[in-house]
Design a protein around this ligand. Sequence first.
Ligand code: SF4
Length: 638
Amino acid sequence: MERLIKISEEKNKRLNKIEQLKERYSAEEAFERIKIYAQKGFSSIPEHDLNFFLKNFGIFYRPSTPERFMIRVRVPGGRLKKEQAIEIGRIAREFGRDYIDITTRMQVELRYIRIEDIPVILERLESVGITTYQTGVDNFRNIVQDPLDGLSFDNVITTWDILQKIQSIFLKNPEWLCKLPRKFNISINGSFSNRCNAFGHDLCFVLAEKNGIFGFNVYLGGKVGEVAKPADLFLTGDLVPTFFEGVGKIYRKYGFRDSRNRNRIKYLIDAVGMKEFINAVENEIGIEFQKSGRTLTELDGGDHPEKIQLKDGSFAVHVVVPAGIFSGSDLLEAVRIIEENGNGEIRFTVEQNFYITGIKDPESIKDYPLFKKYRNRSTAYFTNLTACAGTEHCPFGIIPNKPDAIKLADYLSEKYPLDSSEGKIRMYWSACQKGCGIHGMGDLGFVGVKFKKDGKVVTGVDIYYGGTVIGESTEGKLLLRSIPLDQISSYIEQIVKIYIELKKEKESFEKFYKRVLSRISKEALRFIIIFNNLIKNDYPQLSLTVNSSVLNRSSEEEEIFTLGFQLYRRATGKNPYSRNNILEIYDQPEPERPSKLNPYIPKKLESVILRMITKDNKKRYRVFTEIEEDLKEVFYGK
Ligand code: SF4
């Protein structure tokens, strides 16, 4: 505890500008003034309210749509009752150009809203029991849970009541409104399946078992696209709200308030250590908690999300909404489906789609316009696609993002058809490093970046791969840097081709990654992608793949040799040596020149192939980046 106090005091000697602002003005006063701003118009809003305090109530000014606001609506656990969905749908149509974004926190954002209309919108939302309170800046944000909580067969603990108890501690409570050092995300998952990015939040309660009792293991310090760490604690459901409050109090009291970029709870825990942090929470609450049990959330939600039978015999039908771009009219259409076919709810997902629950006969609803509209987007590339707001709606965006994500998914759907029942690729897009599109958790993750190309600043993406949700989740690794927007598809199709060619029946990309791709280095995979992209038009027969000889090599040099071996064989139809093992070639003659066996192989490419496999280890390439440099010379003459 002493260490925690000391580090915190040291860090908080100088407060950042936002903390100074919070000392001068209050969020409550900003809320009181909303009606005045609505009467007097946009120009009457002072900068501190426009740029900070109104965000505490989900009201975000968006300069890209002058004098118009985005309103973020809290949808706890992604659950929306009929009357709530109707009100949101109508508001979007009346005031927000019929536009709705579904977000990766299972909530919705309305756009193009005028300040004049905000008081009535807030009133109408509150009248059906939903609020925009604390959906922005330094607050506890929307809590996510399994979208099929309480309904699916694999749901062990219904978390809805616990979620509401947690929420009742902070929501509209002046003690918590705008009082945290930074935003704070929470998940609570009571199912075997991970359908809510269960490990990617500041505080995660994840289904676990200890001594025959079901409860939750605690994970702390995650961020968007970054996995939380085990806190080595097991809680029964009744203790979850108390523990949450203890964590909140310690963070509010000791969290860092110096740099805005390094003040999520993760940084406090990193500085003092998990053990010390948990000790402080236990002191605060006066309870010593049990050590962790066995985490049970280990599945990825299944390969057939399109319809899932529920415990009561009805179905949850999955509606794919490409990149979360939705509308008030479509939300009202979803309500019509509910009214005419059961008595369910809308349940938003962290992948910006939603389930309609309580459907008696899923086949009977396929002819509704809503399904006709989105049906041809139900491919393996769209079903798990997420993309944050991007330049059109977010001031931090570097790339348009949603259009880029949809364009790539459309391209792949057309060129490499893959039904969502046959495969699954989670492609997650963020338009900037803040990572709201959870790119770090994707099978393939994309993040908008600026970089220099031919002396000019251009925009594009860094591409990640290998984020996982099965088991305790892991973050993806950086695969390709600075790819211009118009070249993304040509790189990605190389990895998609390998997946389609080598995957087992119905195998998801994540399982394929674990079985195959995790057994070669990212440098080798990157080389295969770059090489295949370079030769795809002129020498498609040379295309490399991830065969068994490439797997589990102990060094980059060995990987280079085995890929060179494969390349030689593709170029000539012959093996260069009798054995495909770098340690067993010293007694063998150097291979023949490929151009002797295949005159179409250019001399410069031949030299690269031979340098990958030569016996002379002084001449042989040691790292893939050397080969990539030489390939530039081969294909671009530079
Ligand atoms: S990731 Fe960046 S661009 Fe996307 S919504 Fe978040 S802040 Fe905005």
